[in-house]
Write a protein that binds this ligand. Structure first.
Ligand code: ADP
Ligand code: ZN
Ligand code: ZN
Length: 724
């Protein structure tokens, strides 16, 4: 009789044994329903054992093995096993994270064997021309009409309103494409620039085995075209391509671009915003080998890909590749691990690589390919600092910036005022008694949102009306203090009444369709002045945007987080890269009180290399990553004392286990101590080498699981933390 070792999503490090009378080795890697406690759970069979050592009479039996879906392959089990080991997380929790929820629930998932290539039929074109009453079906049809085609059914399904695809087929608006063109690439391809061609040649020349490449290309250098050529090559070899992007909501253009280029290939999107069904379907298509390209956010790194030939990681420096809760994995690092495991090349692309990645490229662990020139616009934007120390600013806007905006308006070009703070003002305060709008649940201020007259916490979501008077002393003259995008938007609209002003931040683009609408408005030239946050920094082309004014950036120069300058440089380089992408030259104006700061100086020269050299020197001197390796134990509880005393206890345990070369710091409250009614503290461990740190963490975590903790205390380990 077989014993199934089952990984269950339970915060305990072990796997659980069940009797599985009819299980065979083919069931390893399959989802199962099992009784657990008084209820039932679904988990994954990670191994089969025999009776030896266990009394089967004491074991419960597996209830159901889901055999409708192919079993997850050995290399996938190895991947989740590695994640569990490296991040010291329970295997069952890793599995739960890596598998789409629908699949985990083990309800029948079809992988939709019928995935025909569709195009708009004559009846569809007629319906578009008539444009009758708006409906979901019509909306979907209009979306499709806007973007090339033909498309696989699954690709359409993944679009907004994609469920209507069935209806479109029923109405005869869509039909199976009469002719499916070249499965691998369609449309006229641009001639590669010399640098692009060299990069493609080098990467393909590196062979089919493992190679890690850093594709360092300035903004607008055409990294995407390089990815597409590499992907085309792999598809032609019958291989699958995994392409990771930071945030799919921000990259509809890329998705469209890939879908258009490989119109008849099976391009599958995987991200957390998908409905369960669509996500399961995409995952199963990847697993069964029917997906040719998997395009997705960090969780797509867990897609099983039997024919994998290449992994691409776009904007590899982006912080969203690191999961910030639960199992805190880095999808970029896992992408490199997977590429090595599967012996395929991996390409990390960025204009501003993470310093860790840059360090690897410098010391030869990664091979470097550079695109130093823009693919279309001949020049990089000019970057200049505006010294604001002796200037009188109008709501934060300097005369020089205003003049530059006015000039763009005259020429019919677009400007962007970049400010990484949404809302109207970061706090509301009372001049009489000093009251400030604190969040009741966090150590943070409530942000004034004047557009809908609310006070909102950007950390916990706490939300209430703006009080008519000071809640503490009754003074009616309470004032918003400081500036956010809404306030700049309002002032810009006053200063330039003739201009069409558009705010682009997370409040203006709550949904993907709102975001796409904003992008369309900008691209169509229906806005003159944009006021935007980092949402504007991600890879989009706005040919008429020729001016970027940066305000409020100085705060990051002096932030406590040692990664703040790196992030600032990346952000400014990215947002500056939006300027002058078309035929018109671009200009970036940075308002600052530190015009001579080396960070701004390197930025003005577009010299990432010099910035990275400086930043890496600082890190080496201070003993920060990539020169050391870190792990952070965090604890949170309703009372700070509980969190801190748990960490003190953990520290004492660590001292008995840790080799001398490890540095164990004292527990400290986190910078933002209180979040959503919980008090948070952390304990940093550092080592010069990864191996002893990892060995120690395994022992330590094992012991930590056995500790009794205060009620409501939670702890998590963060390996390679991004925020310390
Ligand atoms: P990056 O991602 O490196 O910032 P993109 O991939 O967005 O740059 O490319 C910038 C622009 O240049 C895009 O509009 C793209 O279509 C165009 N482009 C890229 N390569 C070529 C090429 N070889 N010939 C013409 N246009 C190109
Ligand atoms: Zn008051
Ligand atoms: Zn809050």
């Amino acid at each position: 009789m077989a014993i199934a070792r089952v990984a269950l999503p339970i915060p305990l490090p072990q796997v659980f044994d069940y009797v599985a009378a009819d299980a065979s080795p083919a069931d390893v890697g399959r989802c199962v329903k099992v009784p657990f406690g008084r209820g039932e759970r679904t988990g994954l069979i990670v191994a089969l054992g025999d009776e030896a050592g266990v009394d089967p009479a004491r074991l419960k039996a597996v209830q159901h093995i889901q055999r409708a879906v192919p079993a997850l392959p050995a290399d996938w089990l190895e991947l989740v096993g590695f994640v569990a080991r490296y991040y010291h997380a329970p295997l069952g929790e890793v599995v739960a994270l890596a598998l789409p929820p629908g699949l985990r629930r083990a309800d029948g998932v079809s992988d939709e064997d019928e995935d025909p290539v569709l195009e708009i039929a004559p009846a569809g074109h007629a319906a578009l021309a008539e444009a009758r009453r708006a409906s979901r079906s019509l909306t979907l049809l209009q979306t499709l009409a806007g973007g090339g085609g033909p498309w696989r059914r699954s690709v359409i399904r993944a679009l907004e309103a994609g469920e209507a695809v069935g209806d479109l087929l029923k109405r005869g608006w869509l039909a199976v494409a009469a002719q499916v063109g070249d499965r691998h690439a369609t449309g006229a391809l641009p001639t590669l620039t010399v640098e692009q061609a060299a990069a493609v040649e080098a990467i393909l020349g590196g062979g089919a085995g493992f190679n890690a490449w850093l594709l360092h290309g300035v903004t607008g250098s055409g990294k995407t075209e390089v990815y597409l050529r590499l992907a085309a090559h792999m598809l032609a070899q019958g291989r699958q391509v995994l392409m990771l992007v930071p945030e799919i909501a921000l990259t509809p253009q890329l998705e469209q671009c890939v879908a258009n280029r490989f119109a008849a290939a099976n391009v599958v999107s995987l991200h957390s915003a998908l409905a369960d069904g669509a996500r399961s379907r995409g995952f199963v298509q990847a697993l069964s080998g029917r997906a040719d390209i998997v395009l997705g956010t960090r969780l797509a790194v867990f897609a099983p890909l039997p024919r994998l030939g290449l992994i691409l990681v776009d904007e590899e420096h982006d912080a969203s590749y690191k999961q910030q809760e639960g199992v805190r994995y880095s999808a970029r690092d896992l992408a490199v691990w997977r590429a090595r495991q599967r012996a395929v090349p991996v390409v990390l692309g960025s204009a501003t690589p993470a310093l860790e990645t840059w360090h690897h490229a410098r010391n030869g662990r990664y091979a470097l390919q550079t695109l130093g020139q823009r693919a279309v616009a001949a020049t990089m934007p000019s970057v200049r600092c505006i010294d604001t120390r002796r200037l009188k600013l109008d709501e934060g806007l300097s005369p020089a910036l205003q003049a530059a905006i006015a000039q763009r308006l005259e020429r019919g070009e677009q400007s962007l005022v970049f400010l990484n703070r949404r809302g109207y003002a970061p706090v509301l305060s009372c001049p009489s008694c000093g009251w400030v709008s604190r969040c009741p649940h966090c150590s943070a201020n409530l942000v004034v949102h004047l557009a809908d007259r609310r006070l909102r916490c950007h950390h916990c979501g706490c939300d209430g009306p703006i009080p008519p008077a000071c809640p503490s002393c009754g003074d009616q003259d309470i004032q918003p203090f400081g500036r956010g995008t809404q306030r700049i938007e309002a002032r810009v609209a006053e200063l330039f009444p003739q201009a069409r002003v558009l705010r682009v931040d997370r409040d203006a683009a709550r949904t993907r369709s709102q975001w796409e609408k904003l992008l369309e408005t900008i691209a169509a030239g229906e806005a003159d002045i944009l006021v935007g946050t980092q949402m504007m920094a991600k890879g989009h082309d706005f040919p008429k945007l020729t001016l970027v004014g940066v305000i409020g950036a100085d705060a990051s120069l002096h932030a406590a987080d040692f990664r703040a300058p790196e992030r600032l440089f990346q952000q400014l380089m990215q947002v500056g890269g939006r300027a002058g992408r078309g035929a018109l030259p671009g200009e970036v104006l940075i308002q600052t009180e530190y015009p001579m700061h080396p960070l701004y100086q390197h930025l003005a020269r577009h010299d990432f290399d010099a910035f990275a050299r400086m930043a890496l020197q600082e890190r080496r001197a201070a003993g920060f990553p990539p020169f050391t390796h870190q792990a952070m134990l965090r604890a949170d509880a309703p009372a700070l004392d509980d969190a801190v005393s748990f960490l003190r206890h953990a520290r004492r345990l660590a001292e008995t286990l840790a080799p001398a070369e490890l540095r164990i710091f004292d527990p400290v409250p986190m910078r933002m101590t209180r979040l959503a009614r919980r008090e948070r503290a952390q304990l940093l461990i550092e080592a010069d080498q990864r191996a002893p740190l990892q060995a120690f963490l395994a022992d330590w975590v094992g012991v930590l699981y056995q500790q009794r903790t205060a009620r409501e205390l939670r702890w998590q380990l963060d390996v390679d933390p991004l925020e310390v």
